[in-house]
Ligand binder design. Sequence first.
Ligand code: UTP
Length: 475
Amino acid sequence: MTATQKHFEDNGQGHVFTFFDELSDTEKETLLQQASEIDLNELKGLVETLVNEPGEGNESIADALEPAAFTPLPESEGGNPSLWIEARDKGEAALRAGRVAAFTVAGGQGTRLGYDGPKGTFGVTPVLKKSLFQVFAEKILASSQIFGRPVPWFILTSIINHEETVAFLKENEYFGLHEEKVHFFSQGLMPAVDSGGKILMADKGQIALSPDGHGGALRALVRSGAVRQMEADGIDTISYFQVDNPLVRCLDPAFIGFHLMNESELSSKMVPKAYAEEKVGVFCEKEGTSLVVEYSDLPDRLAQEKDENGALRFRAGSIAIHIFDRNFVNRLGSGDDESAKLPFHLAHKKVPFIDSSGALTEPTEPNAYKFEMFVFDALPFAKNPVIIETNREDDFSPVKNATGIDSAQTSAEDQLRQFCRWAKAAGIEVATDETGLPSFSFEVSPLFGDTPGRFTQSWNALEHKPELTEGLVLV
Ligand code: UTP
């Protein structure tokens, strides 16, 4: 018996090796490798605290909860236009100085979309169906060209999609970015357990493992050596976004500027919630500490509460766009600081597993518990957290579902609306419906323009101005 087997036996998880003797040498090696990466102590603690004990009720979360303060947009009530100009200038200076990296979390499984492949390879633009990765690469390239410094791009994958992700970017020659500026690294995995806390087996030689959540990005940044590399390259500012949001401004100078001006360890963008029941986390404060409260944890009476102007009181919706200070990532991700650790959350899911006879069961009801960390749980540990308002239509339209809300269709429409707003700002006449949507599809490359100002500049420089019609692509 190997030391790993013994360790599992001693911790009540010996069944993981039930079929060990039937496995080939390579399969044995794989299983031992998977097993050795599981922290059984951590798992035991999680089972005890999350699976065996009922969680904290909504009402205790709600105790002493206040809405978080945020910096309003210049055009919003209380907005300060000169402050935004100062922030933009600071951010541009940081981009010129090469202090900023782009960071995409792409380790998720994208089950709701139901697409066979890494989500970043999914086609999203209205005409060319450019992949999410291409859209981000072009935005990063545009910023690199404008500010004269190539911006490094870090991409978090998981073991499930790592190879395909790397191959896709390579085949497409990194969409114009320098190969050595694109870095891939895999996040950690956690085993799924049954209601008794026993690790589930996907196969006789495979533990049922899944990525440890986007919060796992922080320890992956440290473990992979990405943080060390950033330090060596003079990067102290990490612009974080999710792989499913083609509208995101990957490197937003004003956002970067607010982060730096406030010496923040973690900055976030908010949008006012569209309606009380909208399924987004909300930025709150509790006893002087900022935090994101998930929509499912925000008691309805708070979600519905209005302020004196009739607006939702708890309206600062989180759209998963952040800027991290590199040293903060190191502090949290290294696990050295015992007082600053991201908690795990529990998800009850359907996970296929083999039983003690080796037969595969495909559950029809949730049978398993998975453990995930959330990146926004870093907020309470951050010094000088900054939250700024952004326009939803310029930053957030994720592709989560195959159809309906937050689908490829809604996201393509939101891209079209944005292109039309830019066209109108440049003085081009374009007919749209009351929601700003044109009756035809066209597309603007981020390299043509990724802001109204740069769109106008490129448009004015065109010798022959094309008619905005079906299928037009401005590159
Ligand atoms: P989601 O919460 O939308 O999860 O991830 P998902 O796995 O992509 O999709 P579903 O829920 O299975 O349909 C939000 C972002 O966080 C990343 C995703 O890749 C996406 O960019 N993420 C999520 C990770 O990088 N790792 C994870 O373990 C989970």
